[in-house]
Design a protein around this ligand. Structure first.
Ligand SMILES: [Zn+2]
Length: 472
């Protein structure tokens, strides 16, 4: 990697691209080990720190005679985001995380024993880099927590399979546009990847390894030689100053459950057929896994057949995810190429997919809550990711307010009427116009977005990279 000191990195664009790693048994074994050990050290350090935090809490409770939560709320009201700092000033100090972290460095950790009484010599089998970046992440997580911008860190689950890495050990073959990850030369040697790098990186900022199903990926982030651009949320004054766009250049989008994406120019885009076949396969596999599951046994004690099926389930989940993403990227890029301004609704996804109220089931006689029947098909679109992608690719994304009655209003005369979810057609009670429900909503969203947007996201760039692009 050529390092040119002439660049002012602060003003340069940071992009990332994901490459799939060639899965040789040696590489897989090594990475799996690293994933596990990175998680282990992270959790150990967090557990010790949580112990100190508990002591700190009881100290406050005995001193004040109040519950910790009450004291916390009081301090939050008084001091705002810096409440934790004040708490620490008054009720004694917690040991510094950086001091705790020192105990969990690979060389120190190797001298200790685990709960089975075995020496933890195995921690030194992978690069200490993997373990230390995890600890550094924990430190920043706590820093955010103290500053009031983040939540208290939680333990990483077994399903967490990634670790970050110091980018200094990555070798880039410019001539062949190939990347070689040369870390831990003795034990691992070269790690090759399938794809070419899409960017000409000047300097790498972060390298992260991850695993999805049985595929292994490396995500490489770094500076490229282009001015920095970001999607910005405009303030109210800036919105007022924006020139009114030409109506033909604006698109309204309704995300729905019957049709994934309904545009105000009449196009319907569906992603259900893509996922349908795989969903059936998934159900079949999961039934099989349920038959093979032995009750009372722990995960690692289960039969080999069950483990094999679980592996297949994981791979299928990953395949479905890839399929959805490919569809999303294609659709949002297509929209961004045609239209400069896109209007969408503000979705409260949690509210839409919430379970329904408890009701007595007549068959079983038990009280049960029911899943919202539309939530599955709605989540298939991945609404949050879809809007995020739109914000990334389009020049201007206008979001209308959360409570705007987009599907209840007539798009011709503005008459409002109730529209229960099962009604697929909008028949206006005043002017008699008949529309498809989602089409009507899309037109309304476009109008509302033009007249009175709640939020506007603006981004002045020719988009090249994509968010979280996978190298399949
Ligand atoms: Zn009407």
């Amino acid at each position: 990697m050529a390092r040119q000191k002439t660049h002012d990195y602060q003003n340069l664009q940071v992009v990332a691209c994901i490459c799939r790693i060639k899965e040789t048994p040696k590489v897989c074994e090594y990475l799996n080990k690293a994933f596990g050990l990175a998680r282990m050290t992270y959790n150990l350090a967090l557990a010790e720190y949580n112990g100190y935090f508990k002591e700190f809490k009881t100290r406050i409770e005995t001193n004040t005679g109040k519950k910790y939560k009450e004291v916390k709320d009081e301090y939050k009201e008084k001091h705002g985001k810096a409440y934790f700092k004040k708490l620490k000033e008054e009720y004694g100090v917690i040991p510094k995380l950086s001091d705790i972290n020192k105990k969990y460095r690979a060389t120190e950790l190797a001298k200790t024993t685990d709960k089975n009484g075995n020496q933890r010599g195995y921690v030194t089998e992978v690069t200490c880099n993997a373990l230390e970046t995890g600890l550094a992440n924990l430190q920043t997580a706590f820093k955010n927590f103290y500053a009031g911008t983040g939540k208290l860190p939680t333990f990483k689950k077994v399903s967490h399979k990634s670790f970050s890495f110091d980018p200094r050990h990555i070798k880039f073959d410019r001539k062949n546009q190939r990347l070689f990850i040369q870390f831990d030369k003795k034990r691992l040697g070269k790690v090759e990847v399938y794809n070419k790098l899409r960017f000409d990186f000047l300097k790498l900022t972060n390298v992260t390894f991850s695993r999805k199903g049985s595929r292994y990926y490396v995500s490489i982030a770094g500076y490229i030689n282009e001015p920095k651009t970001e999607t910005k949320e405009l303030s109210k004054e800036e919105i007022a100053k924006l020139p009114q766009p030409d109506e033909n250049e604006v698109l309204g989008i309704d995300l729905g459950c019957k049709t994934s994406v309904y545009c105000s120019d009449g196009t319907e885009l569906n992603c259900f057929d893509l996922v349908k076949g795989n969903a059936k396969k998934l159900a079949r596999l999961q039934r099989k896994a349920a038959r093979q599951y032995q009750k009372g046994k722990k995960r690692f004690e289960q039969s080999r057949g069950w483990k094999e099926t679980q592996k297949k389930v994981g791979n299928l989940h990953a395949a479905i995810q890839r399929e959805r993403k490919r569809w999303r990227e294609e659709v949002t890029r297509g929209i961004a190429a045609k239209y400069d301004v896109v209007c969408v609704e503000t979705l409260k996804i949690r509210n839409i997919t919430k379970r329904r109220k408890r009701k007595k089931n007549e068959k079983t006689g038990r009280e049960q809550s029911r899943r919202n029947p539309i939530s599955k098909s709605f989540l298939n679109v991945a609404p949050y990711a879809f809007v995020k992608a739109l914000k990334h690719y389009c020049k201007q994304v206008r979001q209308i307010g959360q409570y705007e009655p987009s599907s209840k209003t007539c798009s011709v005369c503005g008459h409002k009427q109730d529209m229960p979810l099962n009604k697929r057609e909008f028949k206006c009670g005043k002017c008699g116009a008949v529309f498809n429900r989602d089409y009507n909503a899309a037109i309304n969203i476009k109008k509302m977005g033009l007249d009175n947007p709640a939020k506007v996201f603006y981004n002045e760039r020719q988009c090249r990279g994509s968010i979280g692009e996978s190298g399949d």
